[in-house]
Write a protein that binds this ligand. Structure first.
Ligand SMILES: Nc1ncnc2c1ncn2[C@@H]1O[C@H](COP(=O)(O)OP(=O)(O)OP(=O)(O)O)[C@@H](O)[C@H]1O
Length: 556
């Protein structure tokens, strides 16, 4: 387009953004608001509890409306969205509906992926029939017994990608062995899932419980920090769960006390593996890797004999949207010929080298050559648009306000790095008539849970928060992420940005920075391999002031 090459041009985005095409559906048809709050919570803000983060209110919502939330985000719901079908529910008001334009769904159904019939049945019960791309690739690979790193952009459904093949092999929903009347209940822990925060751990437990159903939910046991340890130990003894999900500290602690027997364990999952391998968790992770299951250097192969021998070995599954090369190196040393599983590609980890960033802009491309020669694997959701806007420090909040109006954003998460400035920003936004709230660990439990509930319910338009919300916050309606302070690196950018554009939805990410910080944005752009357009907010519109063609930083 010739206009793009002019020294300065204006593209009016406000009216043409997909946000204008938003469809109206009932909140019950699609809202899935859940939280994963990270280990940084503790570092920055002290403990958060489930009650704090609104899980109770989420359960309350489920009670009000019997629709299962997993089902709500299923392909049927997506198709319903496409068909502009309004699902009426008088109890729940319509709030910021987003169209799923680039939904990452595969062209198969769950029933074609070799899962246990019991798992398929439960999936159908909760309204899930179509896997996402990464689920369709990961499930058969895990079922074959390979160690894997699952790397796929935020909100692409990585949790079910490992949870379903595990439930097909162990616990009450596992596949029947030929000649067996009913699946045999095995005593002893068969899967250990490790997550870096208790909130994320609880979130995973809830995903398991949804599929297991009320009758079988005791097959999974949480072992997260902050909860009563002796009660957890009693529950282990009484319920004899097949699966435990917990934080590194608590799992290592109970294991060291001799009350957690994981030597015969078949699956070890490290969710948010790059965080788990950080210095904070080093000792606990060392114990877990040493004690859970038995690693072996024997590669999986076919035949009954090898199946039996592989049953005695640990299968390690590592998961994250961001996989630095250090993780790949570590995984190579523990794993048995581990594979890197992405949305549509599976490559041996051995073939991944440390040089150069991986493109974030086309996560759905079935590449092998691109990925294997490159280093830190990071990816962004395809439905995101990235902008940056230069302003003076003291005008940042006003720029945020104009940004929210220009994009007509209904559900905004604004990231800042320091709590004190964060409070000021909330004050200024409120003074300018925007309903805003702060979320950080200095707040009490009740304040945190109320804030999140209000944000989920659409009563708070702008949630101003810090790094604690960067990983795991799953608010389907979030249509705008703003960096009021720059993230420390491209990995942090990816996790912050990933709070919008979940499950293929559209979303905007706007970084508001000072002139002296533009070089950092350019660096992020290079590392991410995705264009971040310079923009201004004028007369209620977002104006792109510099296009990709004009910006040579991407070409270097
Ligand atoms: N096959 C599916 N059909 C419909 N909804 C799905 C499907 N798989 C996952 N979801 C929903 O999509 C949302 C995102 O899934 P999930 O949290 O697993 O993403 P993720 O890739 O782990 O994201 P993050 O990297 O941010 O943690 C969740 O609300 C989940 O319930």
């Amino acid at each position: 387009m010739p206009m793009l090459t002019s020294t300065r041009f204006f593209l009016f985005v406000g009216d043409s953004l997909p946000l204008k095409k938003l469809l109206c559906i009932s909140r019950t048809a699609k809202i899935h608001t859940s939280l994963r709050l990270h280990s940084r919570i503790d570092r920055y803000n002290g403990p958060l509890t489930l009650a704090n983060i609104g899980i109770k209110c989420e359960l309350d919502t489920v009670k009000k409306d019997k629709t299962n939330k997993l089902g709500e985000t299923s392909l049927q719901a997506y198709k319903s969205l496409k068909a502009v079908r309004n699902i009426e529910n008088k109890d729940v008001r319509v709030k910021n509906p987003l169209e799923i334009e680039g939904a990452p769904f595969a062209a198969v159904t769950f029933s074609k992926l070799g899962l246990s019939p019991f798992v398929i049945e439960r999936l159908e019960k909760v309204g899930l029939t179509v896997p996402t791309d990464v689920q369709a690739t990961a499930i058969p690979t895990i079922s074959k017994g390979h160690d894997v790193i699952i790397q796929s952009y935020t909100g692409s459904g990585k949790t079910l990608a490992y949870l379903l093949p595990i439930l097909s092999e162990i616990g009450p929903l596992k596949k029947k062995i030929d000649g067996e009347e009913e699946p045999v209940k095995k005593t002893g822990i068969e899967a250990v899932i490790v997550a870096p925060s208790r909130e994320l751990g609880m979130q995973i437990v809830r995903e398991f419980e949804k599929l297991l159903g009320p009758g079988d939910k005791k097959a999974v046991q949480q072992l997260v920090g902050g909860a009563n340890r002796s009660r957890q130990e009693e529950a282990l003894k009484k319920n004899k769960p097949a699966i435990v999900v917990g934080t590194p500290g608590r799992i290592a602690e109970i294991s060291a006390s001799g009350k957690l027997h994981t030597h015969g364990c078949r699956f070890l999952v490290l969710d948010e593996v790059d965080e788990l391998l950080s210095f904070n968790f080093r000792e606990d992770m060392h114990r877990i890797l040493e004690h859970v299951g038995r690693s072996s250097s024997v590669a999986p192969s076919s035949g009954p004999q090898s199946r039996m021998s592989r049953l005695a070995e640990r299968q390690t599954i590592m998961v994250s949207a961001t996989v630095p090369f250090a993780v790949i190196r570590a995984a190579r040393s523990w794993g048995r010929d581990p594979l890197l599983v992405r949305a549509k590609s599976v490559v041996p980890l051995e073939s991944v080298s440390a040089s150069g960033p991986v493109s974030l802009s086309s996560p759905t491309s079935s590449s092998t050559s691109n990925t294997v020669t490159q280093g830190a694997v990071v990816s962004l959701p395809p439905g995101l648009k990235h902008y940056y806007c230069v302003t003076r420090s003291h005008h940042k909040v006003d720029t945020l306000r104009r940004c929210v109006h220009a994009l007509n954003a209904k559900s905004v998460i604004a990231f800042m790095n320091h709590t004190r400035q964060l409070k000021d920003s909330v004050f200024k936004l409120e003074a300018r008539g925007i309903k805003a709230a702060e979320l950080h660990g200095d707040l009490g439990k009740l304040a945190r849970s109320t804030t999140l509930k209000n944000f989920k319910d659409g009563e708070v338009r702008v949630l101003v928060t810090n790094e604690l919300s960067a990983r795991g916050l799953d608010v389907a309606e979030c249509d705008l992420v703003v960096n009021l302070d720059l993230p420390t690196d491209s990995v942090h950018y990816a996790h912050r940005a990933g709070r919008t554009g979940r499950l293929g939805r559209n979303g905007n990410v706007v970084t508001i920075c000072e002139e002296s910080e533009v070089f950092v944005v350019k660096k992020l752009q290079r590392q991410l391999g995705a264009p971040i357009f310079a923009c201004e907010f004028t007369e209620g519109k977002l104006l792109v002031t510099k296009g990709e063609e004009e910006d040579d930083t991407l070409k270097r």
